[in-house]
Design a protein around this ligand. Sequence first.
Ligand code: CTP
Ligand code: CA
Length: 233
Amino acid sequence: ANQPAETLPLHGLHVLVTAGPTQEPLDPVRYLTNHSTGKMGYAIAEQARDMGADVTLVSGPVTLSAPRGIDTVHVTTAQQMFNAVQEHFTQADLTIMAAAVGDFRPIEQSSEKIKKNGRINIDLQLTSNPDILAWAGEHKTADQTLCGFAMETQDLESNAAKKLTSKHCSMLVANNLNTPGAGFAVDTNVVTVLKPGATPDEPIIEHWNKMSKQELAERILTELAALRNTESA
Ligand code: CTP
Ligand code: CA
């Protein structure tokens, strides 16, 4: 920790991280969300800070406390997360999207509490949220590095490969929810890392062993820093 700041691997870089779930309100008392705890994204933000970066963390609602030395923007909905990312993306040299963004939100939000009114079934109409990572992939310049995540329960490699290509990522970190030691709430992760190969249907695929989310954060950032060096070489 006593290393001179200029020698740290991410010194002088702006890093933008998304983390946590989103909450999509139905009415004043209810919302749709998912099991994300924000652990992976927060570990990446903290590790980037420790590697010398200037970090902005856009976080959905989590129980983790805001990390010291990091500009943390708290949001609730996917639309709010999108707005915050749009505001900070152009300054970011390196963007890592670890948030579990709600793909859909209720088409309308009731201003009053929805009543049972004796009903047995009710219909819930949902509409799609903006894809924040895809937007960043479309808008990134040649000197911006973009890393996405993917969570799958089946066909991990082919599903993740599609996301890598369609969202124009420099790297994609995929995990299977059903692999022991991976997924929500646990302190470890087991990931498959994909990078663009010679052709879009042949990405470079690496299987990384189980490790702590802290250690994984360091490996991901080291890998991204190396990618930036080869790209600019
Ligand atoms: N993501 C995003 N905005 C969304 C949905 C996803 O930025 N509205 C990002 C996530 O943060 C992650 C990546 O896209 O980095 C992949 O998320 P994932 O849910 O695995 O994939 P989707 O593209 O949403 O596809 P699906 O859920 O249908 O598998
Ligand atoms: Ca999704």
